[in-house]
Design a binder for this molecule. Structure first.
Ligand SMILES: Cc1ncc(COP(=O)(O)O)c(C=O)c1O
Length: 397
């Protein structure tokens, strides 16, 4: 048999999805597992959204739509950008795709040529480096530290830029660290990007999940020059508990949006027609439902941090957003658990799973000192899960 593609064989499957699958397997075998590994809200999609989708189905809206999205959805997206981010876009700036992941793929494919460098601050969402690699780009990782909330600084960015730099990937609020860039930090980053004419892909899918009075700012809103260089990516996935609907969208310069749409016309074509109707309802009438979910997440955020404060030997940089805590457990590395030395985040999470808690190792996010805990789960689960983590850690010797 001929060899499979080297490009495809080199792709590392998503670690978050595989841990969730393993936890699911153990549950099916009857084992009690508290899952801190999920990357999606545990709430149901609000009923008015599912109703809008049902109505679209009943009306027979089950055919192809324009590649880049229904005109009504593009309008709703423009309205959302104006309302939430003070950004003026027209429908020709918008492309709707099958989830933000697809938006990111199409955007990077449309700006990268072989050998172009993409700066990615660590820790990062695990999919970015894989997509950059698929597109022939070269990842340039920026080290960050917990004292600075795991954020890249403008000075650091300036030092990393070379004539080959095409793009910075910025993710605020961040998965996995929960960090949120302030307006001042973004202004300084924007200045550097504009001075070197470098694109920024700004992944804002967690924008509504910010806590303790922090606010989300889109870097694109900080002036016309940076707006021209920004590809804003967002989705209904996390904001409206619609991960399975697969609706993401992006906004960028109209000429680039045209190229992205052309590319998409040969990959997925349009995002699912009836999902797009659900997305219109969500974007136009979702505020109350979002606020309810954010209130619940905000309570859990506080609770999980308080519970973690009661554990010896672990630390975290306070997450201001998303629904993750990136917990540094490295003080346990080199110690023995059930006679075996645990030396990295993968081994830590593997033995933790045996003790009934699913968490995601930090290594695939670019930081092996940490594990990612998601609090997209009930308060009871947070209490029980942290109590299991404590018991697990007590067994180290
Ligand atoms: C930072 C980040 N961006 C994008 C996505 C993908 O979102 P979607 O489900 O809309 O493809 C995720 C999903 O986990 C994410 O964490």
């Amino acid at each position: 048999m001929k060899k499979f593609s080297e490009k495809a064989s080199a792709i590392v499957p998503s670690a978050t999805l595989s841990i969730s699958a393993k936890a699911g397997e153990l549950k099916r075998e009857g084992k009690s597992v508290i899952s801190f590994s999920v990357g999606e809200p545990d709430f149901k999609t609000p009923v008015f959204i599912t109703d809008a989708c049902k109505e679209a189905l009943d009306r027979g809206y089950t055919k192809y739509t324009p590649v880049g999205g229904l005109p009504e959805l593009k309008q709703a997206v423009c309205h959302k950008f104006k309302r939430d981010n003070f950004l003026d876009y027209n429908p020709e700036n918008i492309v709707v795709s099958t989830g933000a992941k697809s938006s990111i793929f199409h955007a990077l494919f449309s700006i990268l040529d072989a050998g172009d460098e993409v700066i990615i601050p660590k820790p990062y969402w695990i999919t970015y480096p894989e997509i950059v690699g698929i597109c022939g780009g070269v990842c340039v990782f920026a080290d960050t530290n917990p004292e600075n909330g795991y954020k890249i600084t403008a000075e650091q960015l300036d030092d990393l830029i070379t004539p080959k730099t095409k793009c910075l990937i910025l993710n605020t609020p961040n998965n996995p660290s929960g960090s949120v860039y302030s307006e001042d930090e973004l202004r300084k980053i924007a200045e550097v990007l504009v001075s070197h004419d470098v694109f920024v892909l700004s992944d804002e899918v967690y924008e509504r999940l910010v806590f303790d009075g922090k606010k989300h700012v889109s870097i694109a809103s900080l002036g016309e020059n940076i707006k021209k260089l920004t590809i804003v990516v967002n989705a209904v996935s996390k904001t409206y508990a619609m991960t399975g609907w697969r609706i993401g969208y992006l906004a960028c310069d109209a000429a680039l949006a045209k190229i992205i749409t052309g590319l998409q016309s040969h990959t997925t074509s349009n995002a699912t027609s009836f999902s797009q109707y659900g997305a219109i309802a969500a974007l136009e009438h979702g505020e109350e439902a979002v606020e309810e979910m954010v209130t619940a997440f905000s309570k859990r955020h506080k609770l999980l941090l308080a519970l973690l404060d009661g554990i010896d030997g672990v630390k975290y940089s306070v997450p201001d957003g998303a629904f993750y805590v990136f917990l540094d457990v490295s003080s346990y590395y080199g110690k023995k658990f059930k006679g075996k030395i645990v030396s990295n985040s993968v081994e830590f999470c593997t033995s933790l799973l045996d003790e009934g808690v699913a968490a995601v190792p930090g290594a695939p996010f670019g930081n092996d000192a940490c594990i990612r805990l998601s609090y997209a789960t009930s308060e009871e689960n947070l209490y029980e899960g942290v109590s299991r983590i404590k018991k697990y850690l007590h067994k180290f010797e």
